[in-house]
Design a protein around this ligand. Structure first.
Ligand code: DQA
Length: 143
């Protein structure tokens, strides 16, 4: 099984950025722990981040036929990007939306997700564990 983990804008600042909301771990630390767990489960993961909407769109398109799942933390593009939503629909790779914070308990502009309707589910509010829970969900879906 191959899983593509994609991270959107400002997630490269994790650890420094609003640690009270997003935690003190860097994105690199999260990726390292995830890689260890994936390896133990016999899963291949690819973990990437971009601040550019178009680059995320291209990566989602290119996942078609290459990955079994996409796990996507689209950051602020979650709330704005029809382009990401269309890319998910076009790629036809089952996609799980994740967030470190509980977007529904924050500002009202974060309550809407443009991508949620084209994802198989959403995991939000568990910090780093949102990534691990998404990995678990992929493993369960494959059985
Ligand atoms: C986020 C939530 C978004 O609203 C925000 O813009 C982010 C991070 C999260 O992981 O909690 O950049 O996706």
């Amino acid at each position: 099984m191959r899983i593509l983990f994609l991270n959107g804008p400002n997630l490269n600042m994790l650890g420094l950025r609003e640690p009270g909301i997003y935690g003190s771990k860097s994105l690199g630390d999260i990726g390292d722990t995830l890689r260890e767990r994936a390896k133990a489960a016999g899963v291949e993961i690819n973990f990437r981040q971009s601040n550019h909407e178009g680059e995320l769109v291209t990566w989602i398109q290119d996942a078609r036929g290459q990955f079994d799942f996409i796990v996507l933390n689209a950051g602020a593009y979650t709330h704005t990007s029809i382009a990401l939503r269309d890319a998910i629909s076009a790629a036809e790779v089952p996609t799980i939306e994740i967030h470190l914070s509980n977007i529904h308990a924050r500002e009202s502009f974060r309550h809407q997700s443009m991508i949620a309707p084209v994802c198989i589910g959403q995991i939000a509010g568990f910090g780093e564990d949102s990534y691990h829970l998404a990995l678990e969900a992929c493993l369960k879906k494959m059985i």
